[in-house]
Design a protein around this ligand. Structure first.
Ligand SMILES: Cc1cc2nc3c(=O)[nH]c(=O)nc-3n(C[C@H](O)[C@H](O)[C@H](O)COP(=O)(O)OP(=O)(O)OC[C@H]3O[C@@H](n4cnc5c(N)ncnc54)[C@H](O)[C@@H]3O)c2cc1C
Length: 289
């Protein structure tokens, strides 16, 4: 199908893009990689009068460090995240997660900001962004705002972004010593989207106990979530086989799991527990070095 007609803009700065958003309000949308928005427009699941393409805003695509904090511009592609030596060294979980997205074409066009703003319940990044306790920076004509990952994902395809806001940057604080991480997923065979995906970050103390644990889960419910009961069950404990199994079994406590043609709610719940245990075990192994 052909999308409904729209006006197309190519701003060269964030300020210009924000001004266009203000000018056209609900009838405008940001276009980044277009991997989610363009199919929706073509299938007429969505229509918009004004499309603001941020693809030519050079200073939205970067990976840099700011006093130890890893800063990634919203327009940075999944491939750039996956292949960046800085990301691999400072935040291997994000590079591992990016490398698990779709196929090489998807990773070349899809962007970090686009994936987060779209908040697809089966997208990979949200699990890692939650487990990393990252911050998302958004800019509007009213100024800059920082949103914690935990507050960002509100519901299916719904985020805490306000009208007129553009994601500009994702910020990740450096991990403590003796921290390991892992992202594991069950991919949907055609698209690669996560049937379930689990990101785990574990910090060990000098005695080998878990000093800090964060687990982000995607694919299982309407939105990505932190497995808080699992984190609590493991914190302060030696992560042996039995403790990991018991902690992972609590990963979907209080969660209303999705069921669809790829996996029933019951099977997804089972998969999350299995993949949570595996991701935690791998993170622990990596933390030990
Ligand atoms: C065949 C296929 C397979 C895929 N497989 C996977 C997969 O395995 N895992 C996975 O996680 N993803 C997958 N994706 C999704 C893809 O990786 C992109 O992340 C996703 O399409 C959104 O990024 P985008 O840059 O293309 O955003 P767009 O499609 O351009 O935009 C998506 C939405 O975000 C908004 N938006 C974009 N950028 C910003 C911004 N900076 N600020 C505010 N709003 C913004 C847009 O207005 C729109 O509403 C797949 C896509 C395709 C087509």
């Amino acid at each position: 199908m052909i999308p409904a007609a729209f006006e197309y803009y190519t701003p060269r700065s964030v300020n210009e893009a924000v001004a266009l958003l203000d000018q056209h309000g609900d009838d405008a949308k940001i276009l980044a990689g277009g991997h989610s928005l363009l199919p929706a427009l073509r299938l007429r699941l969505s229509s918009v009068g004004h499309l603001i393409d941020i693809g030519r805003i050079a200073d939205l695509a970067y990976i840099k460090e700011d006093q130890g904090t890893l800063c990634i511009g919203a327009r940075t592609s999944h491939y750039q995240v996956e292949s960046s030596s800085v990301v691999r060294q400072k935040c291997p979980l994000l590079a591992e997660c990016a490398g698990n997205i779709g196929d090489v074409q998807v990773r070349n066009r899809g962007t970090l900001g686009g994936s987060l703003a779209h908040a697809d319940p089966a997208a990979d990044y949200p699990a890692a962004i939650l487990a990393l306790d990252a911050e998302i920076q958004a800019v509007s004509s009213g100024g800059k705002r920082t949103i914690k990952a935990e507050d960002f994902f509100v519901d299916m395809l719904t985020t805490a972004l306000r009208a007129g806001e553009i994601i500009t940057e994702v910020r990740i604080t450096p991990s403590a010593a003796k921290t390991g991480s892992a992202y594991l997923k069950v991919p949907q065979p055609a698209s690669g989207f996560a049937v379930v995906g689990v990101a785990a970050v574990v910090t060990l103390d000098a005695s080998g106990k878990c000093a800090a644990v964060r687990v982000g889960v995607t694919g299982a419910a309407a939105k990505a979530f932190r497995a808080k009961d699992t984190e609590a069950a493991l914190t302060g404990k030696v992560p042996d086989e039995k403790t990991l199994t018991q902690a992972a079994a609590q990963s979907t406590n209080g969660v209303d799991a999705n069921g669809d043609i790829f996996a029933s709610a019951e099977y997804r719940t089972h998969l999350v527990a299995v993949y949570t245990k595996r991701a935690l075990a791998k993170a622990v192994e990596r933390a030990k070095g």
